[in-house]
Ligand binder design. Structure first.
Ligand SMILES: Nc1ncnc2c1ncn2[C@@H]1O[C@H](COP(=O)(O)OP(=O)(O)OP(=O)(O)O)[C@@H](O)[C@H]1O
Length: 346
């Protein structure tokens, strides 16, 4: 755990810096990503100026209430936003390639090759009438068409092994597998081409607690093997805390805080992060859950200034009037809140 925390500390500073402590540039740099959904009721800015970076081998948990923009961020990074949504701006660099600037064919190649996405409910979208092996082979062929038959077969067997599944799963159908096994198949498909970045959207939802842990451990092990940067989207802060290096908190389309997992749990900076952390059950508040007052705002009618101000226990005069901007604290943490206007590194 201590090495995780140490790399997390370094990782947090990376959010502000182009290079990490080892002198290596981060493998993933998301800059000013913006997505708007043009609905009949109006424009909903689901992703508002989101920037962060991750080093190879680093894991980031992305949390926030339902509708805060977590899946939109993942889809935008994959260039899979569909109408009425539109990516309005920003870049997603993997090494020095901006995915946003690739032509559609190059982007198709980049998916699975450079960046893999395991969507919400992936295990339920395995094709019920195709053997697992055929689905794996198809995935490779569509992204690496020149690979030989033997190389493809080897890749599939290696991927199954790396997620702790027997090679016999290759010839099975989805209905013959448990939920945890299906989710592991989805992870195996995600890592077939050893991508540099893996995004897993709620990989453990709909699984029992024991299987949740096993799936997280599988992601951990596979990630270690290929040294990928991983983004884990989820609601379970407790489970996430055990597996990630840093945590990003989203609110109403903005990434309002990025901190190491230790900092997030011991000293969250944004009042919304503080509310999220104090709403977690612990031994002191046995069974008494502290909710966050108020409701998440509609993106169509966002409160002025800071969108969190109507629910914030630390609201100040400036909060409804002025939109807070990204601040990097002296310890490298990123926060978007007027409370820290004075603490910024200049
Ligand atoms: N196809 C769509 N058309 C219109 N609005 C959309 C569409 N998809 C998402 N949105 C809006 O974008 C916002 C962000 O949605 P998103 O699914 O990214 O949130 P999320 O944080 O992933 O939520 P959850 O935790 O429930 O998965 C939501 O407020 C939603 O209303």
């Amino acid at each position: 755990m201590s090495s995780t925390i140490a790399s997390a500390q370094a990782g947090s500073r990376n959010a502000t810096q182009a290079f990490d402590a080892s002198g290596e540039p981060p493998v993933l740099r998301v800059k000013n990503l913006e997505v708007t959904y043009y609905t009949d009721s109006g424009r909903a800015k689901a992703l508002d100026d989101v920037s962060f970076s991750l080093s190879a081998g680093e894991k980031m948990g992305m949390v926030g209430e339902s509708g805060s923009g977590k899946s939109t961020m993942a889809l935008a990074m994959m260039r899979m936003i569909k109408p009425p949504g539109r990516v309005e701006g920003g870049s997603v660099f993997i090494d020095d390639v901006d995915l946003m600037a690739l032509d559609p064919k190059a982007m198709r190649q980049a998916r699975l090759n450079k960046i893999a996405y395991i969507p919400q409910g992936a295990m339920n979208s395995l094709n019920p009438v195709m053997r697992i092996g055929s689905q794996m082979v198809d995935a490779i062929k569509s992204h690496a068409p020149s690979e030989s038959r033997t190389a493809i077969q080897d890749r599939c067997m290696h991927a199954l092994k790396s997620v702790d599944l027997d090679s016999s799963v290759f010839g099975m159908y989805a209905h013959e597998l448990s939920g945890g096994m299906k989710q592991r198949v989805c992870i195996a498909i995600g890592v077939l081409l050893e991508p540099k970045v893996i995004i897993a959207d709620e990989p453990t939802s709909a699984l029992d607690v024991v299987t949740q842990r096993q799936v997280m451990e599988t992601i951990d092990r596979v990630q270690d093997e290929i040294n990928a940067a991983v983004i884990l989207i989820g609601h379970d802060m407790g489970l996430m805390a055990q597996f990630v290096d840093k945590v990003g908190v989203m609110y109403a389309g903005r990434l309002v805080e990025v901190s190491t997992v230790r900092d997030m749990f011991t000293d969250p900076k944004h009042p919304y992060s503080q509310a999220l952390i104090s709403s977690l059950p612990n031994l002191d508040n046995k069974g008494v859950f502290q909710g966050i007052p108020g409701l998440a705002p509609s993106l169509l009618r966002l409160p002025s200034g800071c969108a969190f101000h109507p629910r914030c226990t630390k609201v100040m005069d400036t909060c409804p009037k002025v939109r807070p901007e990204v601040e990097y604290l002296p310890d490298g943490r990123m926060v978007i809140c007027h409370l820290y206007d004075e603490e910024t590194e200049h």
